[in-house]
Write a protein that binds this ligand. Sequence first.
Ligand code: GLN
Length: 466
Amino acid sequence: MSRPTALAIAAAVNAGSSARVAVEASLAACEADTLNAVIRVHRDRALAAADAVDARIRAGERLPLAGVPIAVKDNICITGLPATACSRILKGYIAPYTATAVARLEAAGCVVVAQTNMDELAFGSSNETSCYGPARNPVDPTRVPGGSSGGSAAVVAAGYVPVSLGSDTGGSIRQPASLCGSVGLKPTYGRVSRYGLIAYGSSLDQIGPFANNAADAEAVLRAMAGADPLDSTSAAQQMEPTPAGDALRGARIGWVEAHTEGLQAEVRAALDATKARLQAAGATLVPVTLPHERFAVSAYYIIGTGEASSNLSRMDGIRFGHRAEAADLRQIYGKSRAEGFGAEAKRRIMLGTYVLSTGYYDAYYKKAQQVRRLICQDYEQAFTTCDAILGPVSPTTAFKLGEKLSDPLQMYLSDIFTIATNLAGVPGISIPVAQDAQGLPIGMQLQGPMFSDVRLLAMARALTPQ
Ligand code: GLN
């Protein structure tokens, strides 16, 4: 399938070619989805929106993302459309408002064509916990696309849409981007409003783009970033202009010795090759340490589950989605939640409730918050000597469906390189750099200081020439 970039589509539509035609191509691809990556296609709404874009262009407007088809993860609300986060507990829920990120993208000319599959409530790294069944990797459909934003990674890598939205709490944009071979950005915490995102861990969650190249990812980020009165954690910080010139020449790129351990041989080779490319492009490699990063997975599964258990307490069978038949209110709560949540969600709710409970709070939750602070300080220290940190995204390429499903700890460890980023709040981008012997994509990660998103994207652009 030929893949016009988002920016090429916008340029053509701004010059008078039809948004409807661009959107029709993506609708057809989404309707023919064989990967279970798409869970709902919104043909009529999309065509009406495309016609509205065409009318705006005819009236003389120019829009940064004119007529660009986009697919949206099923945990991001859009007025009048279902938003289930791929959980039975939200089946039947229709969003009464639109997420700020989506509203801004639509104002910039983007057209939502479909909603994408994901791990239930964003819990997972393989898209296998979805109540709609697993999505598949477009490069090898016997393998997972990664998760939790597996559908959003797959639809871009498969060429159905040039760009999509995911959310990243512990790696859920970067890991599937790496496994499917697309670019995926977790913006700096606060860069993008979380209003309208079904919350997992509110202090960790960020909405971000998938694209086939860094320039498209930047265009999507620019359109949706910025302060939002509806999200008090959104940041007022302005986006910098796109840097002119070569982002890698003279850049100091940190690397962490511990990130070279436990990798599939081809991932290790790709890391080494990327270091060599960076040096050839004029960057200096600087060894750095993140001494507390080894506690990141543990801290994340305390803070993340604690926040999740609290956020999900509102899903009680009364206010949203699925309601069980039962004799009294207490039973309605219990039965609705027992029927509505899948096994992984229940595991996290129980873990989270435990770490927040009296008597355990200090030993677990408070301790994890202290570790989080140390991890933040590690990054602050590292960024005094380097401009970005290079490392792997995932220790392995895409694994087989079912391979890790029965071993939650194994699954949790697949996010070992992406979780500290969220704990620190810094931005991280996954860039496709190589393939293993079976042709499966390998991504590398660049992490940067707070609000260095634009610089990271410029570095990514230099690493992935168009
Ligand atoms: N895979 C991680 C988890 O299961 C991260 C998920 C995410 O970023 N939403 O929690």
